[in-house]
Design a protein around this ligand. Structure first.
Ligand code: C2E
Ligand code: CA
Ligand code: CA
Ligand code: CA
Length: 275
């Protein structure tokens, strides 16, 4: 038994070493990936539910590794976050997304699309996001209403005072701030009292079961009513079926995105939607 235990321990530590090694290698590969052209943005269209008008897009980072091909964002963004690389990549994403939104607006005038950019917890804590954002808007010429920022609840937790000051500055400048993955954290509702946001994105785990599970429908309906009573916009993500779209529209949800409406696509294909 002793020997088996020892082997077992050795097996696990070796497996752990491998996991650590993989992360370290991924971190090395990720360094400079933007400059080498391996990183790009995909855009997922966002529609107004009422009339299914295209109103904007969420920018989603993609990594094409020269050897392994596409790497899952959930994996490499975590590595970027843990290693601090997100502090370099984040601003690059922000600038590229704003540059694209400027083009959409000049090529298709009258269609004032916005781009929604994900900002990670670490990015929010490092440096001054408000100054960074204002510089990017000035340099790209994108009006403030062309940029939305998405934050997760975890980015906000524990640091409410500083974060709400920062958000107030962004919102004073005219940038909309959305709380992402809303409903997954237990403290979601109480946060809305202390952290000023313009919108909440209902997590797709609620939308997934909205047609089958009365509890998820009740929660979704309650989130919509509560947000509206606070003057907050509601965005549904993960709309994969027409029935989900219909029920969300009936309940007064404002905006939606999801595979049924459009997959994340490259910038060229997104511009094709506008023509
Ligand atoms: P997220 O912000 O919740 O983004 C939505 C995710 O849901 C995207 O996954 C999108 O492809 C996926 N999705 C969209 N519609 C549907 C649908 O109908 N059904 C299902 N099952 N999934 C759908 P993706 O692109 O893999 O991104 C994963 C996460 O990586 C994002 O989750 C976000 O947290 C993070 N991420 C992506 N780009 C960036 C970035 O530029 N910066 C930061 N900090 N995080 C990013
Ligand atoms: Ca998001
Ligand atoms: Ca989300
Ligand atoms: Ca459920």
């Amino acid at each position: 038994a002793k020997v088996a235990g020892k082997n077992c321990h050795r097996f696990y530590s070796r497996a752990m070493d491998q996991a650590v090694e993989r992360r370290v290698r991924m971190e090395q590969d990720l360094r400079g990936a933007w400059e080498r052209g391996e990183l790009s943005l995909a855009y997922q269209p966002i529609y107004r539910l009422e009339d299914r008008r295209l109103v904007g897009a969420e920018a989603l980072l993609r990594w094409h590794h020269p050897e392994y091909g596409a790497v899952a964002p959930s994996v490499f963004i975590d590595v970027a976050e843990q290693s601090g690389l997100i502090e370099t990549i984040g601003p690059q994403v922000l600038r590229a997304a704003c540059m694209d939104a400027v083009e959409w607006r000049s090529d298709f005038p009258g269609n004032d699309l916005f781009v929604s950019v994900n900002v990670s917890p670490r990015q929010l804590r490092s440096g001054d996001l408000a100054i960074q954002v204002e510089q990017v808007l000035a340099q790209t010429g994108l009006p403030a209403d062309g940029l939305h920022i998405e934050l997760t609840e975890t980015a906000v937790i524990g640091d409410e005072q500083r974060v709400s000051g920062l958000l107030a500055r962004l919102r004073d400048a005219g940038i909309k701030v959305w709380l992402d993955d809303f409903g997954t954290g237990f403290s979601g509702l109480s946060h809305l009292r202390r952290v000023p946001v313009d919108g909440v994105k209902i997590d797709r785990s609620f939308i997934a079961d909205v047609l089958r599970d009365p509890d998820d429908l009740a929660l979704t309906t309650a989130i919509i009513a509560m947000a509206h009573s606070l003057g907050i916009t509601v965005v549904a993500e993960g709309v994969e079926k027409e029935g989900q779209y219909d029920v969300l529209r009936e309940r007064g949800c404002d905006l939606a995105q999801g595979y049924w409406l459009g997959y994340p696509m490259n910038g060229h294909d997104f511009r094709g939607l506008l023509a």
